[in-house]
Write a protein that binds this ligand. Structure first.
Ligand code: PLP
Length: 435
């Protein structure tokens, strides 16, 4: 694969940005490569500046559930932009997107739009603290919640990849307000509430943890978290920045039929534009300024162009059978891989839900917490990742990242991708052994 132009651009970007990138995992560090500079995307495909074309499973890290450059979203963005890009005053578009979200989601009464997932989480935690008048929070090892200070405590995603459990620049005093517990462990939760009685504002969890591999939890465990939090006067926040609009229009809350106290969304919600939101009951949301005393604001919040992109995307997602169809194609694809893996006796495990999949070295059966991931998983991911690039398949450049399937990934495209993945696995088996 020729990547001369990408390499040239990377030399220049390295002068301008730390690591040459504007978000760390893009730097290809964990796969020891140089990042590809992407020129354009269409449907299930992306093309880099050297003209290499890939079937894309990164999907901008999740937002592009309708594939790249969907005509309905593009049209909506162009149309909205003709009236101007931002006003800092209310617009019709905010009402329209909120209408679509709230009318199709029984778990929410009121929302507030922000511009990223991190911002949504940061605001949701502040709301929980302001509402409960408590300061401590519980998070889980293996869940990522954006780069919020209080939550960069043994977080997953890019951080795990770099082998660091935290970030410099975060005061100890902040970290001491965050209890980090193991996933899928009820005792730890009970113990935390016993030890810090009346001090815990909220539990925050990715109900479908998908930033440190795909660590699917049991419904009963999530229900237990909800009940334990509420029994102790605490709230539960479902961070659905990935799972929202991915496993169903109502996200994981709808999938598991559990009512969270506060929900955060991002990624898919903006149709590819920078949008996030947090929401709750009208009662809890009345704590937010200007109704209440929890301050939260944004110059570009509810941006009309971004709202229009979100509305165009979510309108398609609200159509009947959208999610069933997504899941069906994903299952056929995953089953094809699984049957090859089992035929060859490869030591690989695939975890999947909705249109998300994650393939990992180490055949441990169900993986529900980060410490169950094989220590050698990264080495095998790197080998598979490189073979796949040469075969025209683009995965997120880290073994801890999941793959996303869009509505543009037709059965035919998925079949072709599966053939390439199978061929890549067989090559890796010959070179370093996969059994
Ligand atoms: C991506 C993600 C975030 C952060 O969102 P950004 O838009 O990157 O700030 C927070 N929580 C979860 C669960 C995410 O997947």
């Amino acid at each position: 694969m020729n990547q001369n132009k990408s390499n040239e651009l990377y030399k220049i970007s390295s002068k301008y940005f730390p690591g040459g990138v504007n978000s760390p995992v893009r730097a290809f560090k964990s796969v020891e490569g140089t990042p590809l500079f992407i020129k354009k995307g269409k449907g299930a495909f992306i093309t880099d500046v050297d003209g290499n074309k890939f079937i894309d499973f990164c999907a901008s890290w999740g937002p592009l559930i309708l594939g790249h450059n969907h005509p309905k979203i593009r049209k909506a963005v162009v149309k909205a932009s003709k009236n101007g890009l931002s006003f800092g005053a209310p617009t019709l578009q905010e009402n329209e997107l909120a209408d679509l979200i709230i009318k199709n989601n029984k778990y929410l009464e009121k929302i507030r739009f922000v511009s990223s997932g991190t911002e949504a989480v940061m605001s949701a935690v502040r709301l929980a603290r302001g509402y409960t008048k408590r300061e401590k929070i519980i998070k889980f090892e293996g869940c990522y919640h954006g780069h919020v200070d209080h939550l960069l405590v043994k977080a997953g995603s890019g951080l795990v990849t770099f082998g660091s459990s935290s970030s410099a620049g975060i005061p100890d005093a902040f970290v001491q307000e965050t209890l980090v517990l193991p996933l899928n462990n009820r005792k730890a939760v009970e113990e935390a509430f016993k030890q810090y009685k009346n001090e815990i504002a909220c539990i925050i969890i990715e109900p479908i943890p998908a930033n440190n591999g795909l660590l699917l939890q049991d419904k009963e465990y999530l229900q237990f978290l909800k009940e334990t939090a509420n029994a102790n006067g605490s709230l539960i926040i479902f961070d659905e920045v990935i799972s929202g609009f991915r496993v169903g229009f109502e996200g994981a809350a709808g999938y598991y039929e559990i009512q969270p106290d506060i929900v955060t969304y991002g990624k898919i919600m903006g149709g590819g534009m920078p949008v996030g939101c947090y929401g709750s009951s009208a009662k809890i949301m009345s704590s937010i300024a200007p109704d209440g005393d929890v301050y939260q604001a944004g110059t570009l919040s509810g941006n009309p162009v971004a709202m229009s992109a979100g509305k165009a995307a979510l309108t398609v997602l609200a159509e009947e059978d959208f999610y069933q169809d997504q899941e069906k194609r994903t299952q056929v694809f995953v089953n094809k891989l699984k049957s090859h893996i089992s035929k060859k006796g490869y030591n690989l495990y695939i975890s999947t839900i909705g249109s998300i999949f994650w393939m990992v070295y180490g055949n441990n059966g169900k993986i529900q917490a980060p410490d169950q991931i094989n220590d050698e998983a990264g080495k095998y991911f790197k080998a598979i990742f490189k073979k796949l690039l040469n075969r025209g398949v683009y995965l997120g450049p880290s073994g801890y990242e999941v793959g996303f399937i869009s509505s543009a990934h037709s059965t035919k495209i998925l079949n072709k991708a599966a053939d390439q993945i199978i061929a890549a696995l067989d090559e890796v088996d010959v070179e370093i052994g996969l059994k």
